[in-house]
Design a protein around this ligand. Sequence first.
Ligand code: ADP
Ligand code: MG
Length: 699
Amino acid sequence: MSMTVPQMYGSLVFNDKVMRDMLPKDVYKALRKTIDNNTHLEIDVANAVAVAMKEWAVEHGATHFTHWFQPMTGFTAEKHDSFISPVEGGEVIMEFSGKELVKGEPDASSFPSGGLRATFEARGYTAWDPTSPAFIKDGTLCIPTAFCSYSGEALDKKTPLLRSMEALNREATKVLNLLGNTAVTSVATTVGPEQEYFLIDKEDFKKRKDLIFTGRTLLGAMPPKGQEMEDHYFGTLKPRVAAFMKELDEELWKLGIPAKTKHNEVAPCQHELAPIFDTTNVAVDHNQLTMEMMKKVAEKHGYVCLLHEKPFAGINGSGKHNNWSMTTNTGVNLLDPGKTPGENVQFLVFLTAVIKAVDKYADLMRLSVASAGNDHRLGANEAPPAIISIFLGDELTAVLDSIENDSFFGKKEKVQMDIGATVLPHFAKDTTDRNRTSPFAFTGNKFEFRSLGSSLSVAGPNIVLNTAVAETLSEFYEQVKDVPADKKDETIHALIKQAIIDHKRVIFNGNGYTDEWVAEAEKRGLYNYKSTPDVLPVFVAEKNVELFTKHHVYTESEIHSRYEILLENYSKIIHIEAKTLTDMVCHEFLPAVQETIAKSVDLASRKKVLSAAISVKTDMAIIEKLSGLYDDIFEATMQLKKDTETAEAMSDALALAKFYQGTIIADMTKIRALADEAEALLPAGALPYPSYADMLFYV
Ligand code: ADP
Ligand code: MG
């Protein structure tokens, strides 16, 4: 008998209901306190939780446990230990202690540390994050953990994320209490990430070295039909794709991941999945799991799931939309305009805090979405531009305008600004098309950060958002906290107005794809970092180091280590691409061109033997054209090889990344243009790997 969805949902998760059912009352209470209030967990409580967790896991078929963590590779890592413990008589029992639950010591030496481990302790440890529930995957109990060095330096993506949530919690709660909202004792950020991906046939994938080694195609002429008909978006799901999606949903539901929406995307073979939002660290864990499950379930259906930002040139790539808001422990969404004037002030304070944060730290937001893969999308008229700006919609912009001009909302005559007395309307999500071009859009009661690449861990962008908003809230608090009660309203109104005046330059409701916007943004003094190596140095800029250290999100050495890792990672990716392209051109592409030329030469000479009068015009034209391209491709490939060797000898990490971005990518682009031109002249089946048409229209 098959399970119903509610039965299935969360069936592999050690969630609140399981804890309530299985834990002694006092243990449950103590654990809840730790989860809700971030308090320290005593070892006897941990022991009791471990026993219950193990019993539950074994009952559900688990034999192993692992501390599941998110090192700076951006992937997840796990090392499995079995529960078995030998007892007398050559038998085993299943055991799991509080110590094993709370702390692990993986051999950390092969995870990137950006030099951190050289200067500190050699080993790292993992620490349980009780705020994200444990789950069972492939017979293993997975315990979400943070990964740190022994001196407490973060070696992962979760630790700074939790710290940033804590910073926002602290500052937002202070501001709410200051505004008289004393019932609030904590504020959490919420995230709902929409995930795009491609599915291609496994047999096709296996034949393409570029997909295997780099996740994207480095060669490939456009098929006669691309995405111009726009017939794929929201189109009917093909049965095989539908079967994949059904199983994916079920696997995610079992893991307590609230997969909600699924549909075809713009490009052929492209799809999207969106969950219902959750607390940020849970949403981040869930998004990592979602990407992993997509790959796993795809394999079972004879597909490979591509999460690269740009698998196919000339066809839309994949991104991820990070829907973000803040919510109080009393259940109020702080970006919801609310129903009473009091809530309006609160809304406007938090709204302007976000606007100010995005304007001040737009460079960090751009940094947080920078990757070699995403460089193909940002600013390429399929994803938001590289310039970070905010879309507010006409209604909300009008409200801010009227505050700025002391004619707040609906009042024609110039009056004393009186936010308290007017109820804001609910701002409908703007459905105009241009809104799709904005990197950071207000959508009624949350912001949607749309610049993320599809393979990115959503931790990074949320670390920046949380910390930047924590900072602007703390500035607000400092400016209001000592103001006498009778002057408080006036001060708050003045601060809201000042924030609008100072930071409205970041608001842009128009079409972000136009050249006019690029020019206008430059006039406004907004950042426009075009590539990853361009933007990475902002990580170590003084103002940004100050931000992160002030709020205890990163230490200075953590920032420098991450900067090193990002630079290194970028160069490594382009290096592998260059080597793969060289290999494919030399071993697969050029031999295919050679063979086609040889066939034409053979045909032309046989025609000549038959009779001098038979035309060889076309044969000669093909020989000439392909021979020319053959020489050019070879020459360009030798140049790439030479430049790659130059890169290998360089030692300065930033200079190296810039060299890869400038020189190596230009070499690769040149080779590809020539090869794609030649490919159009090759007979079907001449290449040992599938073409764009083969891959994209037969799934
Ligand atoms: P769409 O953008 O497709 O119209 P929605 O706007 O309803 O759909 O939601 C998009 C995503 O935003 C979903 O993942 C949803 O759960 C998430 N979301 C909705 N409200 C919030 C919130 N307060 N905080 C974070 N994410 C949210
Ligand atoms: Mg969206």
